[in-house]
Design a protein around this ligand. Structure first.
Ligand code: PMP
Length: 388
């Protein structure tokens, strides 16, 4: 059952103006968001006090965990779906289905937005993922298909399966269409960040920032933001934060894709990145990463141990409870300042807090451990962990 009145409102994208609350109440001025789509984006840019004071620089973070689906993937899911609607590949409340192969935040964002716009989301994921992940998607009204882990060249691999399921539905039904969201290759992904995250950062900083640091999973965030910022701030230093085991660092630094682990073990390139960090780090170049790759100035390696210690530090010092990729971004921001001798320069470094620690309780935070009453993690300790 879909209320008819609701259908009339789903044609637009975001909707609702953004404003800072607490100002004078003006008669006739409304501030209403149009559904969950209207709540996506316009996230706060937060000064991380502890890191800023320690470094004598301003470390600012885009609080993307405050999106309704809990991550920047809300922007991407909405952008992908709106583009598909524009191209006539999806029709709201028609029985059309959106397919994606994902183990991460994109599934959650798609599940929210599909429901709001009258689609079924069908998410394929490997069966070795935690039950927590599929159970959240099921509660959000998505169909979940768990398949045996398989190599990327196997048609039963979860991403390949999502793609073929979409095609099969379109071919077999005269009523419903299947649409493969394809976050890695679909360029509506980086465009979402080019059109929203990048401009928001620029505006929130009043056009003044010296560096942007972020990890890459699909590469959509870093490419979209950097493509927007670089032409406007030519001196901006754009830096990839790359977890251990990922091949992207070498691609940025030397133009070749390899990682230390594969080299050391003498094995062929591995599809899996050997890290406990989720959501970033990859061993192939996607269309979304390639879109901004040549604009990146540098890449910084972050180990799992450094990321765990940073996650502890951010809770102890700032009460910020973040997931693993956010911790990686913050470690890279600190290392950037140290490597370039920017301490006490007042330079402004912007990064992303992608999601909350609550999405990572059973894996990453199980490694980080309980904080208890402690305030004992230090930046020196984090940096020493990286030097080991
Ligand atoms: N952090 C988390 C938790 C993510 O799920 C992702 C996306 N996989 C990213 C960071 C990286 O974003 P992007 O895909 O835009 O590179």
């Amino acid at each position: 059952f879909v209320p008819i009145a609701l259908r009339n409102f789903v044609s637009g994208g975001g909707g609702g103006s953004s404003s800072i609350s607490g100002g004078e109440v003006g008669k006739g001025t409304e501030d209403i968001k149009n559904g969950i789509e209207g709540c996506i984006g316009n996230t706060p840019l937060v000064r991380i006090r502890s890191l800023s004071e320690y470094l004598g620089c301003e470390v600012l973070a885009k609080a993307e965990f405050l999106n309704p689906g809990g991550s920047p993937k809300d922007r991407v899911a909405l952008s992908i779906i709106l583009k598909a609607e524009q191209d006539g590949k999806l029709r709201p409340f028609s029985g059309d289905k959106v397919f994606e192969g994902t183990v991460g935040s994109t599934g959650v964002s798609l599940a929210h937005i599909c429901r709001a716009r009258g689609y079924l989301a069908h998410i394929c994921m490997p069966s070795d993922q935690s039950a927590e992940k599929s159970s959240l998607l099921l509660k959000l009204g998505a169909e979940v298909e768990r398949v045996s882990p398989a190599s990327i060249v196997d048609p039963r691999q979860f991403v390949n399966l999502a793609k073929s399921r979409a095609r099969t539905l379109t071919l077999s039904s005269s009523l419903s269409r299947g649409f493969f969201a394809d976050q890695f290759e679909n360029e509506a992904n980086w465009r979402a960040h080019f059109e929203s995250t990048g401009p928001e950062i620029y505006r929130q900083c009043g056009g003044r920032l010296d560096a942007f640091v972020a990890g890459a999973g699909t590469g959509g965030t870093i490419s979209g933001v950097v493509k927007y910022l670089k032409p406007r701030i030519p001196n901006l230093t754009a830096v990839l934060a790359d977890p251990q085991g990922s091949g992207l660092l070498n691609k940025v630094k030397y133009g070749v894709m390899f990682n230390e682990l594969t080299e050391r073990e003498g094995t062929r390139r591995r599809a899996q990145v050997d890290t406990i960090v989720e959501g970033i780090g990859i061993n192939r170049v996607t269309a979304n990463f390639e879109a901004g790759r040549t604009l990146l100035d540098d890449a910084i390696r972050v180990t799992d141990e450094e990321a765990c210690l940073m996650a502890r530090y951010l809770v102890e010092q700032d009460g910020l409870f973040v997931g693993s990729s956010s911790a990686v971004n913050c470690v890279a921001a600190v290392k950037l300042v140290k490597e370039r001798g920017w301490e006490n320069s007042g330079k402004r470094i912007v990064t992303i807090l992608c999601d909350s620690g609550s999405r990572h309780l059973s894996k990453f935070w199980a490694q980080v451990g309980d904080i208890g009453g402690n305030w004992d993690t230090t930046i020196e300790q984090i940096l020493q962990a990286g030097a080991k």
